[in-house]
Design a protein around this ligand. Structure first.
Ligand SMILES: NC(=O)c1ccc[n+]([C@@H]2O[C@H](COP(=O)([O-])OP(=O)(O)OC[C@H]3O[C@@H](n4cnc5c(N)ncnc54)[C@H](OP(=O)(O)O)[C@@H]3O)[C@@H](O)[C@H]2O)c1
Length: 286
């Protein structure tokens, strides 16, 4: 039988949507290490959570006081903001008091998703992120890196890539400290890097030849289709990348420092630490 303290503890758990993903996994680890009870929301969780199946949402919310909301695949996708709005309303109805949303920069869909969370009546914090470093080691850009050729329609546009360790630190702070309520943290890394720069840094860290090949949006759409992505997803990714890869994101923001009082991690920290894990197969190549 649960003790009273255990009952109180379990009635204040933090639900982490995308809790096995790049940021969610780290948020769950950090909170668990502090003794905060967490529940993972993902299709492989128990019970499962699926953004595309609203009947899976309510069971996850039982005893949840806070939720870290990461939408998948992307807030820019059609229907995303409506789902986030429905979820946020249901969460508040079920007793959730605080929502922390992972959002994107400079996209219309992300702004709509943010508004849905702001309108929910819960305490909210928004973490508005640039492209993440870990897309190259834990996301869909790992495969081209391993293949030695990164073909992407970004030309020589620069992006201030952010480390998901920083995002996780901010999400944990926002979930556990009151001073982040009502804050929008636009978070970037400390340097602007072109995709050629990124590939160069990964090549240096691994000792392996990798090249960046700038391609057109049309070529990229064909490549995604050939890789088996459904047509509507291909369209959504092309719309997203057309929107955000026009140079509008080529600036630094101070969200990490405002939230945490320290500088963001540099891309070179990421390449050093990631190369050491062997995910890029470094041991075979050096
Ligand atoms: N990646 C970036 O560079 C970036 C930059 C700015 C903003 N963002 C935003 O961050 C959010 C998350 O993107 P991410 O790239 O970081 O992904 P991620 O969190 O690494 O995504 C994977 C997670 O989503 C879960 N998931 C996949 N399909 C799902 C579904 N249908 N229903 C519920 N959960 C599902 C996965 O678990 P299961 O497979 O078990 O379901 C896993 O936990 C997006 O809304 C995006 O707009 C991303």
């Amino acid at each position: 039988m649960n003790t009273i303290n255990e009952d109180i503890r379990q009635a204040n758990l933090t639900l982490i949507l995308g809790g096995t993903g790049k940021t969610g996994r780290r948020v769950a680890q950090r909170l668990t290490a502090r003794g905060v009870p967490v529940r993972i929301g993902s299709r492989s969780g128990i019970p499962p959570f699926d953004w595309e199946d609203q009947t899976t949402w309510a069971p996850l919310l039982r005893n949840a006081a806070s939720v870290y909301v990461t939408y998948y695949p992307d807030l820019a996708f059609p229907g995303a903001a409506d789902r986030v709005r429905s979820f946020a309303q249901l969460a508040v109805k079920n007793g959730v008091r605080r929502l922390v949303l992972l959002s994107g920069r400079n996209e219309e869909g992300a702004l709509l998703g943010e508004q849905a969370v702001r309108d929910s009546g819960a305490e909210w914090t928004i973490v508005r992120s640039s492209f993440m470093n870990q897309n190259f080691s834990e996301g869909f850009w790992l495969e081209p890196v391993l293949g030695g050729e990164f073909a992407f329609p970004a030309g020589d546009v620069a992006e201030p890539f952010i480390d998901v360790e920083d995002i996780a630190d901010i999400a944990v702070a926002a979930l556990t400290e009151d001073r982040h309520v009502g804050q929008v943290y636009e978070v970037t890394g400390p340097r602007l890097l072109t995709f050629a720069d990124v590939v160069g840094e990964i090549a240096r860290a691994t000792g392996r030849a990798i090249r960046y090949v700038p391609i057109s949006m049309e070529q990229y759409a064909s490549a995604l289709s050939e890789a088996g992505l459904p047509t509507d997803e291909v369209k959504a990714y092309i719309a997203l990348f057309t929107e955000v890869l026009d140079g509008r994101g080529a600036y630094l923001a101070d969200g990490v420092r405002r939230a945490l009082g320290r500088a963001p991690r540099d891309f070179s920290d990421y390449t050093r630490d990631t190369a050491a894990t062997g995910v890029w197969g470094v041991e075979e190549w050096v």
